[in-house]
Design a protein around this ligand. Structure first.
Ligand code: FE2
Length: 227
């Protein structure tokens, strides 16, 4: 399978890697974690292998394990992950399913939003769209940084396409802009578990590292091209 596979197709039939990671080997339900798109130490020194090991191998894996338990014998078990998120978001009684399903999706999307040697500037159609909708790349980047820094508590900062226009939004906990009709193009995890081992309480430094050294504008461009 492609290591850039779309997390919307998060089902075993298209996400089965040739060699199972420990996280995949431990999962046994309908939903399994796709492999990381790079090695655990690939984002160092900005994000350490230890952070990635815990973040992917413990936190991300737990969301998968929890979801598999929650959907057992329920209508959600046969749905694609994105459909689980959309359907479970409609009823507060399904909050547990929503939180774990969305956190699986959000993290898979976050891994792909970063790459070794990332940062820099977007090119092509994404660069043109950013200039048209934000006025400049710097304005877009500043909005993304502010959203990531100012999200109160746990959550996410996103670049999305909403009604044909690029926007920056922030969401709390597991929330995902897709449930309000926007299409995510890029995300930054601002839960403390994403940065505390490397940056402690210095979330702004983590956000700077994400935007200056790690962000994959190619991933955002590929997502824009699919819309
Ligand atoms: Fe996270």
């Amino acid at each position: 399978m492609s290591r850039q596979a779309d997390p919307r197709g998060f089902k075993r039939r298209i996400m089965q890697p040739k060699t199972k990671t420990p996280a995949q080997a431990a999962a046994s339900g309908a939903f399994t974690l796709p492999p990381l798109p790079w090695e655990e130490d690939a984002l160092a020194p900005h994000i350490s292998a230890q952070t990635i090991s815990f973040h992917y191998g413990k936190h991300h894996k737990a969301y998968g394990d929890n979801l598999n338990k929650l959907v057992e014998g329920k209508r959600f078990a046969s749905m694609k992950l994105e459909e689980v998120i959309l359907q479970s978001s409609k009823d507060s009684a399904d909050a547990g399913v929503f939180n774990n399903a969305a956190q699986i999706w959000n993290h898979t999307f976050y891994w792909q939003s970063m790459k070794p040697g990332g940062g820099g500037m977007p090119a092509g159609a994404l660069a043109e769209k950013i200039k048209a909708d934000f006025g400049s790349f710097d304005a877009c980047k500043t909005q993304l940084a502010e959203a990531a820094k100012t999200q109160f508590g746990s959550g996410w900062a996103w670049l999305v396409l909403n009604k044909g226009k690029l926007e920056v939004v922030k969401t709390g906990n597991a929330d995902n802009p897709m449930i309000r009709g926007a299409r995510p193009l890029l995300t930054c995890d601002v839960w403390e578990h994403a940065y505390y081992l490397d940056f402690q309480n210095r979330r702004p430094d983590y956000v700077s590292a994400f935007l200056d050294k790690l962000v994959s504008w190619e991933f955002a461009a590929a997502n824009l091209a699919k819309t």
